[in-house]
Write a protein that binds this ligand. Sequence first.
Ligand SMILES: NC(=O)C1=CN([C@@H]2O[C@H](COP(=O)(O)OP(=O)(O)OC[C@H]3O[C@@H](n4cnc5c(N)ncnc54)[C@H](O)[C@@H]3O)[C@@H](O)[C@H]2O)C=CC1
Ligand SMILES: O=C(O)[C@@H]1CCC=N1
Length: 268
Amino acid sequence: MALDKILIVGFGKMAQAMVEGWLASGISPDRFAIYHPRRSEAPAGIALHNEWPDEHFDAVLLAVKPQMLGELAPQLEPLIGPDTVLVSVLAGIDLAGLRRVFPRAGGIARFMPNLAVALRKSPNALAATGLDDAQREELTRLAEAVGSAEWLDDESQFNLVTALAGSGPGFVFRFIDALAGGAADMGLDRAQADRLATAMVEGASALAGASEHSAAELAARVASKGGMTQKGLDVLDDGAALQELLRECLRAARDRGAEMAEMAGDKG
Ligand SMILES: NC(=O)C1=CN([C@@H]2O[C@H](COP(=O)(O)OP(=O)(O)OC[C@H]3O[C@@H](n4cnc5c(N)ncnc54)[C@H](O)[C@@H]3O)[C@@H](O)[C@H]2O)C=CC1
Ligand SMILES: O=C(O)[C@@H]1CCC=N1
C-alpha cells in the first residue's frame, strides 16, 4: 500500500520545516492535509482542517509535542485503522508506546528529523513496525527528499540518535554562538564574529562531508606542526575536556527521551 495522502497533525516548527523541504523537493502539496484546531492558514495547495477530517489518509504524520500525546490520542485514534500508517516525529515515545495508543494502526514508524529538513539536509532516523515493503520504500523516499534516511534495526538506540542528529543542531548553534561570543569578548565586532563563525562552520562541515578523511584526520591537517591551531586544540583536548563535555551533553539529552516517554504514560 502506498503512502499517498498524508494528514499532518501538529503544524509547528518541525512539521512546517518538513513540508517546506518536501514541497521544495517537488512533492505535490495535494498529497498533504493539516489538522489544527485553531490555524487559519496553510501553505498553498494544502488543505487545512480545523475539525477532524472525515476521510481516509494513508499516513498520519504526528508532530505535536510528546506531552500532548495523551490528550490528543483518543481524538486521533479513530482515523488510524489498519489501512493507515502512523508516522511519529515525537522525541522519546517508542514504537511499543505508540502501538499501545494506536492499537489498530496498519503500521507505525518513528521518523526523527532535524530542522535542516527545510533545506533538505537533515539526517533522518527511521524505525518501524508493521510496514510492508512499499511503505518502507516510500518512507525512505520521503526521508531522502529532505536529506538522508538512516534506518535503525535496534530501536533502543533511537534516543541516542535523536540526541546526536535531532538535537544536534542545537548543540552546533551553541558552539557557533560561543565561538563568536569568545571572539567578541576578545575585541572583534560581534556581527562580524557571528558571520565568520557561521560561515566557518558551514565550510568546515561541507569539507568533512565531502572528504575521504575522518574529522579527526581533518583536524590534524588544519594544525600545522608547532602552529596556532595545535595550541587551540591542546585546550580542547586537555583532560579530554571537549570529549567529556559532549558525552555528558548527549547522555543528558538521550536520557530525557525516556523521561518524556514516562511522563506521556508510554512505559508500563
Ligand atoms: N524542533 C525540533 O528541532 C525537533 C522536534 N521534533 C519533534 O517534533 C515535535 C514537534 O516539535 P516542534 O515542532 O518543535 O514544536 P512546536 O511547539 O513548534 O509544534 C507543535 C505544534 O502542535 C500544535 N498543537 C498543539 N495542540 C494541538 C492539537 N490538539 N491538535 C493539533 N495540533 C496541536 C501546536 O499549535 C504547534 O503548532 C515534537 O514531538 C518534537 O519532539 C523532532 C526533531 C527535532
Ligand atoms: O528537544 C526535543 O525534545 C526535540 C527532539 C530533538 C530536537 N528537538
